[in-house]
Write a protein that binds this ligand. Structure first.
Ligand SMILES: [Zn+2]
Ligand SMILES: [Zn+2]
Length: 109
């Protein structure tokens, strides 16, 4: 008794339904995460790599010189507080702390 092989269709694969993209290229995801890492190591004031990074209350990092200058160019709000250039959370200039752990995870944690 001869087994008949399953019928192999010669038809070309049907295109997937329009407008539905199944999977993204993996390259995109890794490019995005690389960009995020660069973002974290970059000062959003001078857009350069952080020089003498300091962390403010909200967790954002800036060059000491940049954030100091930022404060000097602004009137303090509510006493001694200045808005973060990045997220506008108020921080105290006196509370700047040197960032010695630049490689640690997200500031939101
Ligand atoms: Zn800077
Ligand atoms: Zn911030």
């Amino acid at each position: 008794m001869r087994e008949t092989p399953p019928t192999v269709s010669n038809r070309p694969h049907r295109a997937r339904a329009k407008g539905r993209v199944a999977d993204k290229p993996a390259a995109m995801a890794s490019a995005a995460s690389t960009q995020k890492m660069q973002e974290e190591a970059t000062c959003s004031i001078c857009l350069e790599h952080l020089t003498e990074p300091v962390t403010i209350d909200c967790g954002h990092n800036f060059c000491r010189a940049c954030i100091t200058q930022h404060c000097e160019h602004r009137e303090p709000e509510r006493g001694t507080k200045f808005p973060c250039p990045q997220c506008l959370a108020l921080f105290q200039k006196e509370k700047l702390r040197p960032n010695t752990q630049q490689t640690r995870g997200s500031p939101r944690l």
